[in-house]
Design a protein around this ligand. Structure first.
Ligand code: NCD
Length: 353
């Protein structure tokens, strides 16, 4: 493929998204959650469920280990990470691959002026899959461009890029919700935090829009409301969207009708100076007193890390799913990797799914 970087990058934000993201029917560059349609999400969730049950016994675990037999995965994390990094490395190990984690780009030849194009070629000569977290979406697109140009190539999965996207977090959140609620059609979800910069919130909203009759109430500071393009893409998919600035009045009036609340941290690492304090204002904290407004079955999710926005008093709520999310991150990411290498149908069949 001889296509310049700008044209290639633009394909990820327009009608060519699926063409550039899939190869031969399999995901190749997983950079945007909007590349997935409902049937693909359901199939990924079915694969994640199959992997979870195979992993529970010796024979199944041996089958899983064949998926990435003799394959090497580079996990490049140029931003802090606990869950995403560990769950990708664990998913790789469960599938029998070897995981190399690279966190310090200053220990690479970038410091000698090597280009992203050349570096990505070197990585592709040594590895079979790239998992990449980076603060700059452009860096990620440049890597994908190099891999598309070749001669060396490999698939690539975003593990969170800039403020824009975190497709695998969205995937594990959908998996957790589907697993717990049974179905997502007709569900009402509140998404709390700075939805203009929180990539988890954005990716989840996009993936929820793949289901029918979804309602999303965004609760964010006025300056961090979801941007117009995201809102338009949601309403174009039939999502009923509401914007709020305070949790208390919303929950007092409509808490009973909510199926799930997705709480997120303010993304203050993008702020400079004084604004870069950790924590959020009372209007965006899920106060323990709000329990009386919710059904006991209302699911409580958070991508973690949490600061003050989800007090630990919620940890014993019957709908508290945070630790399920963490564990499901392994299965959802393993499912995506298995799908990428074409092993997913075999794994589902092995469990009769
Ligand atoms: C998030 C991230 O890095 O985007 N963490 C995660 O991957 N679970 C959320 C955050 O940092 O707020």
């Amino acid at each position: 493929m001889q296509i310049d970087l700008d044209t290639f990058s633009a394909m990820f934000d327009g009608p060519d998204l699926r063409e550039v993201s899939f190869l031969g029917g399999r995901p190749r560059f997983v950079l945007r959650s909007s590349m997935f349609e409902r049937d693909e999400l359901e199939s990924l969730c079915a694969t994640a469920r199959a992997i979870r049950s195979l992993d529970a016994h010796e024979q199944g675990a041996r089958l899983l280990e064949r998926v990435l037999h003799r394959k090497r995965v580079l996990h490049l994390f140029a931003q802090p990470s606990t869950r995403t990094c560990e769950s990708f490395a664990t998913a790789t190990a469960r599938l029998g691959g070897s995981a190399r984690v690279l966190q310090d780009l200053s220990a690479t030849s970038f410091v000698k002026g090597e280009t992203i194009r050349d570096t990505a070629q070197v990585w592709a000569a040594s590895f079979d899959l790239l998992v990449l977290r980076h603060p700059d979406d452009r860096f990620v697109l440049q890597c994908a461009h190099s891999l598309a140009l070749g001669p060396h190539t490999m698939p690539m999965i975003s593990a969170g890029t800039g403020t824009l996207e975190h497709p695998t977090q969205g995937l594990l959140d959908v998996f957790t919700l589907l697993d717990s609620l049974g179905s997502l059609d007709g569900r009402s979800v509140a998404i709390v935090g700075d939805t203009s910069r929180n990539r988890c919130a954005r990716s989840l909203a996009t993936l929820l829009s793949r289901f029918e009759q979804i309602r999303i109430a965004f609760v964010s500071p006025p300056e961090f409301e979801p941007e117009q393009a995201l809102l338009e893409s949601l309403t174009a998919r039939g999502v009923r969207v509401e914007l709020h600035h305070h949790l208390g009045p919303l929950l007092a009036a409509h808490g009973e009708s909510l199926d799930a609340i997705y709480v997120t941290r303010l993304q203050q690492e993008w702020d400079e100076g004084e604004a870069a304090l950790l924590g959020t204002s009372p209007g965006l904290v899920l106060d323990p007193g709000y329990r009386r407004f919710l059904r006991p079955s209302c699911r409580i999710l958070h991508p973690l890390p949490r600061v003050n926005e989800l007090p630990t008093e919620w940890d014993d709520h019957p709908g508290f799913l945070i630790w399920d999310q963490v564990r499901n991150g392994i299965w959802a990411r393993a499912a995506l990797i298995a799908t990428l290498v074409g092993a997913d149908a075999g794994l589902r069949e092995a469990t009769g799914a």
